[in-house]
Design a binder for this molecule. Structure first.
Ligand SMILES: C[S@@+](CC[C@H](N)C(=O)[O-])C[C@H]1O[C@@H](n2cnc3c(N)ncnc32)[C@H](O)[C@@H]1O
Length: 272
């Protein structure tokens, strides 16, 4: 575990048992941002595991999204801003949005310290976006947001509609989320990946590409406490290789990534 004490195993277990009313509350994420250090503020308790997880997610977004230089990008549920900074460093004009104020303050501090510029704003994805955000982004993405923020299907549809509305016509939306129906693996929303795609289609999105990451057996064994990297690194890599080689193993991918396009031509104002 990192220098700050973090959560005990009992606390983590209690969190999991009462995840609804917890993962969907800004207080929980602010508490997490205050209790941990580094990547553990936004991801798993083990920072050894997180280094591999973070690198894998960056590789996926880079290869799926390509060049983002000059693009207007919204990182929805940005947490402490690890991916906001990644996109800003690659030349994107990034807006980081989250509903947890202390978490956003930590993102601001870290981004300033890295000498990068990100426009951080408070927004709850379940609320209609402010006018300034509507149609404003070439690319909108979430990492680990909707599966926790949405308790049921009507709420999910509402959040999706908000994400579509901030994506410009002709723009793209990437969802990288823990998508599961099973009680064991789902976070809050009990909906499988095919249903996510179906609801996105009803919201006007066209699926362009999909994939998975985060091999569940490795994640269950390695994410909770810092184990030697000589064990964590090879086990993590082997799991990810398996997922890449065998798409039929998708149910064993903790996270699924879904890249959508919002059809339509950009308006002249949005074309820059
Ligand atoms: C697991 S963290 C992921 C943070 C970041 N995307 C990352 O991958 O590093 C989940 C984030 O979602 C945010 N979140 C949860 N529900 C939200 C909502 N309804 N609106 C906006 N942000 C929300 C939390 O505050 C938290 O920062």
């Amino acid at each position: 575990m990192s220098a700050k004490a973090g959560r005990t195993f009992r606390q983590l277990l209690a969190d999991r048992m009462s995840k609804q009313g917890l993962y969907d509350s800004p207080r929980y994420w602010d508490m997490k941002a205050a209790s941990y250090e580094g990547l553990a503020r936004s991801i798993w308790p083990s920072n050894t595991y997180n280094r591999h997880w973070d690198a894998r997610q960056r590789t996926i977004v880079d290869s799926v999204l390509g060049d983002v230089d000059g693009k207007r990008v919204a990182d929805v549920a940005c947490g402490t801003g690890r991916l906001s900074r990644h996109f800003a460093a690659r030349g994107a004009r990034v807006t980081g949005l989250d509903f947890a104020p202390e978490t956003l303050a930590a993102a601001e501090r870290e981004t300033r310290a890295a000498g990068l510029a990100v426009d951080y704003r408070t927004w709850n994805v379940l609320e209609p976006p402010p006018d300034a955000l509507v149609g404003a982004f070439d690319l909108v993405f979430t990492i680990s947001c909707l599966a926790m923020a949405c308790a049921d299907v009507p709420t999910f549809d509402r959040a999706l509609a908000h994400l579509v509305s901030i994506t410009r016509p002709g723009g793209r939306l990437l969802l990288l989320e823990p998508i599961h129906r099973s009680r064991l693996l789902r976070r809050i929303l009990p909906l499988g990946v095919e249903a996510w795609i179906e609801h996105a289609a009803r919201a006007g999105l066209v699926l362009a590409r999909r994939g998975g990451m985060g091999f569940v057996p490795a994640r269950l064994a390695l994410a909770w406490r810092d184990l030697p990297d000589a064990l964590v690194g090879p086990a993590f890599d082997a799991g990810e290789r398996l997922l890449d080689l065998a798409p039929s193993l998708e149910p064993l991918a903790d996270y699924k990534w879904l890249l959508f396009e919002r059809p339509g031509a950009p308006s002249p104002r949005a074309a820059g």
